[in-house]
Each structure stands twice: as structure tokens, then as C-alpha cells.
Design a protein around this ligand. Structure first.
Ligand code: SAM
Ligand code: SF4
Ligand code: F3S
Length: 447
């Protein structure tokens, strides 16, 4: 694609879904800027709009169809507008078909494996004035290492694995993201080195199951070894990682983490359910007892650790007793926070074909109970931080109150405090003076 043609053209990406998708959008932005586009700040000023979609639940898909309806109206008044749809949702055959039939004004449809071809697809759509649909079903790791246009700041995401081999019976991700592939340690280290030089300080290593990093590599490296390498990179202050799978969180990893100064005391460890019967039907590969044992080991090794989770209610066949197991597990473990999900049937997954789907009213009752419980626990845990002095990395002005600064604890909690721009990017000790459900309040203890 000629960059000259795009010189005064502006693009906007709209992203649904998880951090991996957010990071893919940073790569899409990288590709577009390499092709001469400049960023737009709203729908109206954009000449090109790329929607990066998610299909983990139906609601995410419906939002995309709603948005496409709105964009169709804009395109009537602005016929040169180019619309692209990519990501997990368009990777599914039936969705690509629907986009073709119902949304002929979408110019380009691509999938999760061929982001790197976006420049060519856009050029072809412009040239032919036809809808261009190109969905790949596999790609090597090399094709997935693309230019990245990150939001300037302190935090950056780095892919370490793509895809997933776990096939939890409810989940569509392995079907739309493919089998797990690990990125070479050299490539990861090179990217993080560059990030350190550019001033990024807080790095999150991304993968659907980071703990199984390296299993497909010849190097004989595992996730603990990778963390050890990353820990020695200059300029980086903090290392985070997500998501961890309870089955693969082994003793070596726990011991390694305790010895690495930059690896933060926060572990996101999705439990999904507290009932052994449901965990088995979900194909999670651990029992309730295994999960409790793991939490115990982690808490002994890392006493200040913050634990967060994903939990789901309403999986097919979930009885009141199964739900109680989940509720009681959460009461006992007291996670710092939890992403709560209502099970949603995903076409093509084994759970969608299971009998005994739970009625919607029961699902919504259960999710309400879980959310209420978790909110209470989150607030209690936050209150227990009041009075402590915590090492916080300052990220910039607070998003909700520009008179305050926003910083992050090693345990991934946000602390707002009074401070000047001179502390951005610095680690400061903050004394925690108050809290709410969403954040802590503090004051600079160094002054
Ligand atoms: N790989 C991560 C793991 O194993 O925990 C999570 C990836 S998934 C994108 C994020 C969360 O979405 C899952 O932890 C699960 O709770 C939720 N999820 C996945 N499929 C779902 C479905 N069919 N209905 C509701 N929630 C779902
Ligand atoms: Fe989905 Fe399970 Fe893979 Fe997570 S580990 S992405 S929930 S299949
Ligand atoms: Fe993420 Fe949604 Fe895809 S959660 S991996 S964007 S299906």
C-alpha cells in the first residue's frame, strides 16, 4: 500500500475483549501508521475504522453488530469511509458469512492469524471497491511479531504465547486463536529491552496460559526461566503476567517468583468454579482441593500476594449445591477482585451441546450473589491496606480527578494521591489513608 495515498488519512481502532485483543489493536495501529495513516480521536474524523472483535460471549458479538449498524449510517453520509472488521469474532466462519450478507458496506474482514496482511487488504478494497474477506486458519509466530504503536506511558504488554491448548469446554478461544505457540525468548527479551530504553517500566507478559510457556520450544526453557531472564533487563521496574492456569502453576515457578525482585506480588488465577463436578465438566484439569492447596502454597511463599480470579456461574448442570461450593470457595479465599461471568453458550464448544442448560433467571440470581459477595470482600481487603506504606509506581494524572495523581501498587491496586508531574514514572512510598471499592487513597510518605 502506498503510504503517500494515506498521508492525510486518519484511522480509529475500536477494541472489544481481553488484553490480548487490546495488544493486537496496538499492532493494528502500528501497521496503519507504518502505512502512512494518522490516529483519529473520534468516529467522525476517521477515514478508516477498524473494529477488533471478541466472541467470548454473545453480548460482545451483539455490541459489534450494533456498532456496525451505526457505522452503516455514517457511511451513507461519508461514502469514502473504509470499515474493517477483524479479531476473534470474524475468525468464525458463520460470522464472516453474516458480515458478507448483512453488512456489505464493511470493506475488509480479516481474522486473528492475518493482522500482518491488513495493509494489503485495505489497498485491495480501495482498488476493487469490493468487500475483501481474508481469514487464515494458521500462522507462525514470526507473522505475529508486528510493529506496535503503544500508548505512551509506563505500562506495556508483551505477547509471550499465542493461542491455547486447554479446550475448557465452555470456551471459544482455542477455536479462534489456534494452538498454543511460544515466542522465542530472544525475541521477547529484545522487545522488553527496547521498551526499557523507551521508558516503559511496568511490563505485563501476555498469554492465555503463561505457565505453559516454552513447552513447544526446542530451547528447553519454561516460564520460570523466562521470568528470570526478564528480571535482569535494565530500565524495567516491574514484571506482571497473565493469565496463569492453576494446573500449570508449579513449585518451581513459586520458588522462582519469590527470588525475583521485579516480579510483582499479584497473581491472576482463574478458578472458574468451586465444585469438583463442574470443574471436571469444564475440563479445567484441577480439583477444588488442588486449587486450595495451590493458594496455600502461594500465600506461604509470598505473604503479601494479591490474588484475583475469573469465576463463572450457570455452567450446564450447575446445581444449587455446586453454586454453593463456588460461593464458599470465594468466601474462604477472599480474592482481592474477581471478573465474574455468566455462562454463555458458544456455538462449536462441547458445553453448548450439554443438556441441563441453567435457566437465565437462575443464572442472574447466582451472579448477583457472587458480585455482592466479592464487592464486600474487595472493600474489606482494601480497608486492610489502610495505614500501610506501599511502594507505588506513578502512572500519571488520575482519570477521574485530574487534580490527583494515579499510581499502582505492586499488588496491582490503584492509589490516588496529591502530587506533581515530576513524580510520573517514579516509585514513591505512599501511605494509604482511605479506600473505596475501586481504589486506594494515599499520601506521599517521602515528603
Ligand atoms: N485463559 C484464561 C483462563 O483460562 O482463565 C482466560 C481467557 S477467557 C478469554 C476470559 C474468561 O472468560 C474466562 O476465564 C472465563 O471465565 C470467561 N469465559 C470464557 N468462555 C465463556 C463463556 N462461554 N461464557 C461465559 N464466560 C466465559
Ligand atoms: Fe479458554 Fe480455558 Fe484456554 Fe482460558 S485456558 S483461553 S478459559 S480454553
Ligand atoms: Fe480475547 Fe475475546 Fe478473543 S476474550 S482471545 S478477544 S474471544
Amino acid at each position: 500500500m502506498s503510504t503517500e495515498n494515506n498521508k492525510n488519512k486518519k484511522y480509529l481502532t475500536i477494541t472489544f475483549g481481553c488484553q490480548m485483543n487490546e495488544h493486537d489493536s496496538e499492532q493494528i495501529a502500528g501497521i496503519l501508521e507504518n502505512n502512512g495513516y494518522n490516529p483519529a480521536y473520534d468516529l467522525n474524523e476517521a477515514d478508516l475504522i477498524i473494529i477488533n472483535t471478541c466472541c467470548v460471549r454473545e453480548t460482545a458479538e451483539n455490541k459489534v453488530y450494533g456498532l456496525l449498524g451505526r457505522l452503516g449510517k455514517i457511511k451513507k453520509t461519508k461514502p469514502d469511509l473504509i470499515i474493517g472488521v477483524g479479531g476473534c469474532m470474524s475468525q468464525q466462519e458463520h460470522v464472516a458469512k453474516r458480515l458478507k450478507q448483512r453488512f456489505p458496506y464493511v470493506d475488509v474482514v480479516f481474522g486473528t492469524f492475518n493482522l500482518h496482511t491488513l495493509g494489503d487488504l485495505l489497498a485491495k478494497a480501495r482498488e476493487t471497491k469490493q468487500q475483501v474477506i481474508d481469514i487464515w486458519h494458521e500462522a507462525g509466530m514470526e507473522e505475529c511479531i508486528l510493529p506496535v504503536k503503544r500508548v505512551p506511558g509506563i505500562r506495556a504488554w508483551v505477547n509471550i504465547t499465542l493461542g491455547c491448548n486447554n479446550f475448557c469446554t465452555y470456551c471459544i478461544v482455542p477455536y479462534v486463536r489456534g494452538r498454543e505457540r511460544s515466542r522465542s525468548p530472544e525475541s521477547i527479551i529484545k522487545e522488553i529491552n527496547e521498551l526499557g530504553q523507551e521508558g516503559y517500566k511496568d511490563i505485563t507478559l501476555l498469554g492465555q496460559n503463561v505457565n505453559s510457556y516454552g513447552k513447544d520450544l526446542k530451547e528447553g526453557i519454561d516460564f520460570a526461566d523466562l521470568l528470570t531472564k526478564v528480571n535482569s533487563i535494565d530500565g524495567i521496574y516491574r514484571i506482571r503476567y497473565m493469565t496463569s492456569h492453576p494446573r500449570d502453576f508449579n513449585d518451581k515457578l513459586i520458588t522462582t517468583i519469590t527470588g525475583l525482585s521485579k516480579v510483582c506480588e499479584h497473581i491472576h488465577l482463574p478458578v472458574q468454579a468451586g465444585s469438583n463436578r463442574i470443574l471436571k465438566k469444564m475440563n479445567r484439569g484441577y480439583t477444588r482441593e488442588d486449587y486450595f492447596d495451590l493458594i496455600e502454597k502461594i500465600r506461604v511463599a509470598i505473604p503479601d500476594v494479591s490474588l484475583t480470579t475469573d469465576v463463572m456461574v450457570g455452567f450446564p448442570g450447575e446445581t444449587e449445591a455446586d453454586f454453593r461450593d463456588t460461593y464458599e470457595l470465594m468466601q474462604e479465599i477472599k480474592f482481592d477482585s474477581a471478573f465474574t461471568f455468566v455462562y454463555n453458550k458458544r456455538e462449536g464448544t462441547p458445553a453448548a451441546r450439554m443438556e441441563e442448560q441453567v435457566p437465565d433467571e437462575v443464572k442472574s440470581e447466582r451472579i448477583q450473589k457472587i458480585i455482592e459477595l466479592q464487592n464486600k470482600i474487595t472493600l474489606e481487603n482494601n480497608k486492610s491496606d489502610v495505614g500501610k506504606v506501599l511502594e507505588c509506581l506513578v502512572e500519571g494524572p488520575s482519570k477521574t480527578n485530574s487534580e490527583l495523581m494515579s499510581a499502582r501498587t505492586r499488588t496491582n491496586k490503584i492509589v490516588v494521591f496529591r502530587g506533581g508531574n515530576n513524580v510520573i514514572g517514579k516509585v514513591v512510598p505512599l501511605k494509604i489513608t482511605g479506600c473505596s471499592l475501586t481504589h486506594l487513597e494515599g499520601e506521599n510518605y517521602a515528603l
